[in-house]
Ligand binder design. Structure first.
Ligand code: ATR
Length: 276
């Protein structure tokens, strides 16, 4: 029996729960396939893409720091990858072309923004913290919801400025000013790696904030970063990145297997168990 091979490339990968997600669905839908962690250096990207071309690998996800770096090795990019220049899902199409797509935008829409659909999103003031790999997807998902007032802040200001060149409508907030500027925000999104397991967290207190602020942390491991806990204590509506993670995986799975997998409670339970 042929076992189709899938995986995720990136570095480091030890925190990734993508194998748990996809292997759960392969079992559930009785697909003979396996999904594994493929930790690689940047000079190995070309070799991995070749494996997709020659059918050794059926599909891969891409995570930090290679979401942009993979693009030159692909035959084309499609869907939300075109707008974001950020690829997290790669497959071989029916014409034998290696195509890159982006399912992070879908993850952000379904896993976060759609949960605020009772609010008038268009008028919200949003502050994105961080100018890394996931930031273009955040900016684009916000724009798809017609949110116009978007600010971005990054410790290294140059990277925020580079985003402003690509997305001229965004404003830049200096990293030293995130607390004072944060006072007027309706939505704050952590798109940095701050708060990740074993890593650093924000030193800022964010003591003065709007009472109806919504905080979204893209981190899901741990389930609650120090910053998320701090906001919850203040009765602020706060979401972690788990739902975004699950939805991006759902769309990747459906691109590769033409099956839209269920998001059962058993799956959520398995993931949460692993995170504890
Ligand atoms: P990459 O930058 O390689 O795309 P990433 O994990 O997607 O990696 O992004 C890391 C983000 O977290 C960046 O915005 C980074 O800020 P810098 O551009 O200044 O490096 C941010 N980040 C990481 N550690 C940080 C810290 N201690 N304080 C503030 N921001 C931090």
């Amino acid at each position: 029996m042929i076992v189709k091979k899938f995986g995720i490339i990136g570095k480091p990968l030890s925190h990734s729960l993508s194998p748990l997600l996809h292997n759960f669905w392969f079992k559930k839908y009785e697909i003979s396939a396996n999904y594994s962690l493929i930790e690689i250096e940047i000079n190995q990207i070309e070799g991995i893409i070749k494996k997709i071309r020659n059918h050794e690998l059926k599909g891969i996800n891409v995570t930090v720091p290679y979401k942009q770096a993979v693009i030159p090795f692909l035959d084309s990019i499609t869907g939300d990858a075109k707008e974001t220049l950020s690829v997290n899902t790669i497959s071989l199409n029916d014409e034998g072309k290696v195509v890159g797509n982006n399912t992070d935008v879908f993850g952000l829409e379904k896993g976060f923004l759609d949960k605020l659909s009772n609010q008038n999103l268009e008028s919200k003031k949003v502050l994105i913290l961080g100018a890394g790999g996931v930031t273009p997807s955040v900016i684009y998902a916000l724009r798809k919801k017609n949110i116009k007032n978007i600010s971005i802040s990054n410790r290294t200001i140059k990277k925020a400025e580079d985003f402003q060149k690509r997305f001229p409508f965004i404003k830049i907030v200096k990293w030293e000013k995130i607390e004072s500027e944060g006072e007027a925000m309706d939505i704050i999104i952590n798109a940095t790696s701050l708060g990740l397991k074993d890593g650093n967290d924000f030193k800022q207190e964010f003591n003065v904030i709007k009472s109806n602020l919504v905080y979204f942390d893209i981190v899901y491991n741990p389930m609650e970063t120090a910053m998320l806990k701090k906001f919850k204590k203040k009765y602020i509506k706060a979401f972690n990145g788990l739902e975004m993670f699950i939805y991006q995986g759902q769309k990747s799975f459906s691109l590769w297997n033409k099956i839209n997998p269920d998001l059962d409670e058993e799956l959520r339970h398995n993931i949460i168990k692993k995170l504890k």
